[in-house]
Write a protein that binds this ligand. Structure first.
Ligand code: GUN
Length: 292
């Protein structure tokens, strides 16, 4: 069994970013990312903190905007509008999920698609489907693809099952696997799919992205399969100082022995998401500056 180490692969992506940032700075461009957090969701606070910290480590410009949980739709739209106009900002990300009074779809559509480094704007969704490389690919599925490549896993002709159909992971992941540079056969499974365990057992490559702790059991996985665990779930654990531990969507201990390769949680897909966000921000900086 091969353990796919996301920290190692992410470090090599960040190394590529360092080189590109140096070359952009030589041309007078300092890439800038704005991260907007509305409310106080503890997990979101951690993610947003990591994103800003990574920018700093790479010598990028970043701006963290923390708004109260009571922020109105109009107030958030005004912040997005200001960031759209800010020439020092190339990438804009509004952390999901926002509080319930916020209509996320309208916020996403308000972001300048040229700065939509999450790849959630309809224009970028279309470019993903069209395989147009000027679009932004959502970071988590992009990172998952990169992990497969780094682990030497061939997708050509492989039976892939994507468990989950979210706009953030499941749907874009399916599109990436289906694209002509991957050539996989893709099944997208979800909570209403009939006989999920049997569907998953068909997979040469199983992508678990449902957000349910340890849902994928050993008997859901074919012997010799590759498993990418996208889940980052907090489950109560009184033995931890924080009171919780992180676990994936896959019951790792029982599934891992059956796998050709598997990603751990934490330390698998998580670090890749941030690394790909940096890459997307560099792409935005290049494109907005007419450098690509
Ligand atoms: N919440 C969980 N993943 C993501 C992501 O990739 N982008 C944003 N904006 N919010 C998220």
């Amino acid at each position: 069994m091969q353990l796919i180490d996301g920290k190692v692969v992410a470090a090599s992506v960040l190394e590529e970013c360092r080189e590109e940032i140096a070359s952009l700075k030589e041309k007078g461009v300092t890439p800038g990312l704005a991260v907007v957090l509305v409310g106080e969701d503890p997990a979101s606070q951690v993610y947003v903190g990591s994103k800003v910290k990574t920018c700093a480590e790479l010598g990028m410009h970043s701006q963290k905007i923390v708004l109260p949980a009571s922020t109105t739709q109009a107030e958030l739209l005004a912040v997005v509008d200001q960031l759209n106009r800010d020439t020092s900002i190339h990438g804009i990300l509004v952390q999901s999920p926002p509080p319930p009074q916020i209509h996320e779809e309208e916020i996403i559509r308000a972001i300048d698609p040229r700065k939509d480094v999450d790849g959630f704007h309809p224009e970028n969704v279309a470019k993903l489907v069209l395989e147009d490389p000027t679009g932004f690919v959502p970071c988590t599925p992009a990172g998952s693809m990169r992990l497969l490549a780094a682990a030497g896993i061939a997708t050509e002709g492989a039976k892939c099952v994507v468990l989950g159909r979210s706009m953030i992971v499941g749907k874009p992941m399916a599109m990436l696997l289906l694209a002509k540079n991957a050539n996989a056969t893709v099944t997208v499974a979800h909570s209403r799919s009939r006989d999920l365990p049997a569907l998953c057992r068909e997979a040469d490559i199983l992508i678990a992205a449902v957000g349910r702790p340890e849902m994928v059991k050993a008997d859901w996985v074919k012997e010799g399969a590759v498993v990418i665990d996208v889940g980052i779930n907090r489950v109560p654990d009184p033995s931890k100082k924080s009171g919780f531990r992180l676990t994936g969507d896959v019951a790792f201990d029982e599934v891992a022995p059956k796998c050709q390769a598997i990603t751990p949680v934490p330390g698998g897909v998580g670090p890749m998401t941030i690394a790909m966000l940096m890459k997307n921000t560099l792409q935005a900086a290049r494109q907005l500056s007419g450098l690509s």
